[in-house]
Design a protein around this ligand. Structure first.
Ligand SMILES: NC(=O)C1=CN([C@@H]2O[C@H](COP(=O)(O)OP(=O)(O)OC[C@H]3O[C@@H](n4cnc5c(N)ncnc54)[C@H](O)[C@@H]3O)[C@@H](O)[C@H]2O)C=CC1
Ligand SMILES: O=C(O)CCC(=O)N[C@@H](CCC(=O)O)C(=O)O
Length: 499
């Protein structure tokens, strides 16, 4: 049975104050990473339109914030129902825009639907009003929205990751301006149209299209109260610089990683191979949580594991998103992204890396690159995120060396330990610097029921996931009494102030 209900066609590129408009900036065209066909043809917003979106969200702010929380929850729940009824259309769109295999695009939609309940629970738990009786007063802690939240989405989870910020922002009573990645523009109209259909009033959600210029124009607007960014370290730093001197603007940066997967003991070997593949090559390596460095403690068993992993990697099925049988790895987001991965591989080899399995470009699809494994033990690796299916192997002598190697990064998003004792894992989670630290579990596929964010250069201490509720509202502390009571005694020096 198909779950598809196609939403009506969007009227145009942008949604500002409830009206669909054509973008008045440069053209924005998107080609399918699978076959180069045009999968979006429109225009970016210009600066005036970027500002108009913020102004529209500002005007809608007071009324939306004043609505009872139950109203906002009801609209969010309705959004979840509509997303469910449109799940196939959303999955098709994700797959078409970014090249995700059909099965994986469907899992992204399922996670996005699950985000609704998780976000409601998180808001109720993390932003609940608190009351304490003090002498003659009540101490009340309440939360209030910030105002206009600008959500800048990445390409790799074009629905789920912006959704993980938009839903908590709206629940808390903020209004939103959403700019999807320019590599996945078609998600934007589908998503905001679904919000409209769920009953969101005009101006509460607005849509911009475009890249850096549109984002910087919207960030610049004085009414922008928060910028919720998911993307690369380079761009996150640029936004941080742009906001220098505006500490009142909330900035949540969810950025990249150079994530270690440490193998202490790869037994059972089949499980360890599957865990390593799912850590490094899920989404063709295009997850911020993907393991980039496989740090293996030298032992005869672990040598067998690496041999078998190297034999398994070329057998990973790679192919076009809707191929039958389905591929594990689909195309990268663009031929340029594939170029970057292959160029990184060349750099690693020049630096002394020894290929165990070479990543190779598909002869028919320019964006499709098969996974690679390079032994960097005797080479000097750069501490850079390679956003694709390339895993760097490093042999170490013992657990101490493994922890040192794991921490040899300025990033700190995800880390994993395979095997080892409870004491080993206790030490690992205490000493390894990362925000997501797993044991005998792949580094990818973080739980939405936990905080999701990185330390070091992966973030700015504003984790998303379950904790996204925290950056969507400000606490307000009130000492309250419904009666004005004369003082029981006067402080020294005030004796003559009473009539
Ligand atoms: N920590 C996390 O939760 C996650 C991090 N990522 C990271 O995202 C990256 C991949 O996503 P991409 O879309 O390639 O990231 P990106 O940094 O290229 O773009 C992200 C967004 O920023 C916008 N942007 C580009 N230049 C800008 C500027 N100067 N000012 C403001 N906004 C600008 C883009 O248009 C896009 O909407 C990887 O580094 C990955 O690790 C991806 C998913 C999750
Ligand atoms: O917010 C959540 O629900 C949890 C975060 C999450 O879904 N993370 C995914 C994708 C993030 C990425 O790597 O791009 C994951 O851990 O695989």
């Amino acid at each position: 049975m198909s779950h598809t209900t196609r939403p009506e066609e969007p009227l145009s590129d942008l949604l500002i104050d409830g009206t669909w408009l054509a973008g008045e900036g440069p053209p924005l065209t998107r080609q399918s990473p699978a076959d180069g066909s045009i999968v979006w043809n429109g225009h970016q917003a210009n600066t005036d339109q970027a500002h108009a979106a913020i102004v529209s969200a500002t005007h809608a702010s007071l009324a939306w914030a004043a609505r009872p929380a139950a109203d906002r929850v009801a609209i969010v729940r309705r959004f979840g129902e509509l997303l469910t009824s449109r799940r196939d259309a959303f999955a098709d769109c994700i797959s078409q825009q970014v090249g995700k295999p059909a099965w994986e695009a469907a899992t992204e939609v399922a996670t996005s639907i699950a985000k609704v309940d998780v976000s409601i629970t998180a808001m109720l738990q993390r932003s609940a009003t608190t009351r304490q009786e003090l002498a003659g007063f009540e101490a009340v802690g309440r939360y209030r929205p910030l105002g206009v939240m600008l959500v800048l989405g990445p390409f790799n989870f074009p629905l789920h990751l912006p959704g993980g910020q938009i839903i908590p922002a709206l629940l808390a009573g903020n209004t939103v301006v959403f700019k999807p990645s320019e590599l996945a523009p078609a998600i934007g109209p589908m998503l905001v149209q679904t919000w409209q259909a769920a009953g969101l009033p005009a101006g509460v959600i607005n849509l911009l299209q475009g890249g850096a210029d549109v984002a910087t124009a919207a960030i610049d607007h004085p009414q922008t109260a928060g910028v919720l960014f998911t993307g690369s370290r380079r761009v996150g730093v640029a936004i941080h610089r742009q906001l220098a001197g505006r500490p009142e603007v909330l900035l949540a940066l969810e950025m990249g990683g150079n994530n270690p997967l440490v193998v202490a003991d790869a037994r059972p070997v089949d499980a360890a191979i599957d865990l390593a593949i799912q850590s490094a090559f899920l989404s063709s390596g295009q997850r911020c949580t993907c393991a980039r460095r496989l740090i293996v403690i030298d032992s005869p068993e672990n040598r067998k594991f690496v041999e078998r992993l190297a034999a398994a990697i070329p057998r990973i099925r790679c192919g076009l998103p809707d191929a039958d049988p389905p591929p594990f790895c689909g195309p990268l987001v663009s031929p340029a992204a594939a170029d970057k991965v292959l160029a990184t591989q060349e750099t690693l080899l020049r630096k002394g890396g020894i290929p165990q399995v070479r990543a190779r470009r598909d002869t028919a699809c320019q964006s499709l690159v098969s996974p690679g494994l390079i032994d960097m033990t005797a080479a000097a690796a750069d501490d850079e995120e390679c956003f694709g299916p390339l895993l760097q192997l490093q042999w170490v002598d013992d657990f101490d060396a493994a922890i040192l190697a794991a921490n040899a990064t300025r990033f700190g998003l995800a880390a994993g330990l395979v095997g080892g004792s409870t004491e080993d894992f206790t030490r690992f989670r205490r000493e390894v610097r990362a925000g997501v630290i797993n044991w005998n579990r792949q580094t990818t596929g973080a739980s939405g029921r936990l905080a999701f964010g990185g330390t070091g250069e992966s973030g700015n201490h504003r984790p998303a996931g379950y904790f996204a509720a925290d950056f969507c509202s400000d606490p307000v502390a009130s000492l309250e009494s419904d009666r004005l009571v004369p003082p029981a005694s006067l402080l020294p020096g005030l004796e003559d102030t009473q009539p």
